[in-house]
Design a protein. Sequence first.
Length: 413
Amino acid sequence: MSTLSPARPAPPESRAASAAPPEPRAAGRLRRAAARLTPADRSVLWLYLLTRVSLWITAHFARWLFPAQSGTREAAPVLAPFQRWDANHYLHIARDGYFPAGSGPWTSGWDNREAFFPGYPVLLRAVHTVVPDWTAAGLLISFVAGAVAVLALARIARAYLPEGEAGHRTAVLFLLSPCAVFLAAGYTEALFLAFGLPAWLAAMKHRWALAAVLTTLGTAVRVSGLFLAAAIGLLFLLSARAGGGRRTWRAAGWTLLPALPPAAYSWYLHAHTGDWMAWKHAQERGWYRTFHTPWEAWANTWAGAFGGTQSTGYAFMFQAELAAMLVGLALVALLVRRRRWPEAVYVALSLWALGTSYWYTSVPRATLLWWPLWIGLAALSLRRPWFRTAYLCVAAPVTTLVALTFLTGRWAG
């Protein structure tokens, strides 16, 4: 009878060869994050990617078909269509700072760059250390931030609406909205929404600390973050009064955190200019944002749109401003009617800030930040199937024209 001898242990080299290589930490985090995505989330992200491809194709053809000068035989650089207007301001701030070489509002020809909050330029400078091209760095920020934003928007929609298709439908209407091109350019809309929408989602779940931190990041990017902070503060009060208990009231201090970035930025500007509200005064000098009553602002914008005082390009822009303002007012009225007080406060504060200048500026872009609008339109389209068809038939050409207007350098008239 033979006995079996125990198997010899494999040599260290064999064990090392048979063992799986350790997974990089970053790859492991991405894999775990992807595992948390539901099929509905993946569908929304796939839609987002397809719309980005569509926009990049439009930008590519625009630089060939609509050159800055007629008769040119060479197209503009690949990324040139995206580096326009505010994107240049952010680039200059990220590259040179707010007051390079002692220049400032006291300098002739000053570009009023202090009107822009520092959150986006700081991130742009950080990404630029990895991505050498400034425009590409800005586009990467908007690409990643836009994905986070549209995913959060779809999740908010699913929390509001019972229909299973609510998230996807909201994302479709949002990504095909007239000013959707600004989500892809080196502007702050995508980054702000990447903080603001998850903040609202956290507040809906009563995760007040997380909501406050995300809103604080949003206030570092845009002054609109303060409007979001007011809405979340009101949501906190309503939740606490509805029976949140002592533990809920203990979280009240978090609602004050979003005020820190604007306060710190005002302190920084005062140290360099002697003016606590230098960012506001820069907006007044550069963008006619001096205070006027709402009816004066409406009358001045109406004159620009239909009074024959502007070229056709500028007149069209003023017409778009009026249309967006009417949409915003209707949205506030609907939110008040349905007693959605926090959302109504958020949109109303945005309208007040934009509707009390000499004339309206950037109201169409602001519609991207009104998430109740896109959820409301999605709800209407789910109840009235014809509305989706009507919306897409109108939005598709308008969105394309606005994108071409921006990408060819004709946005401001």
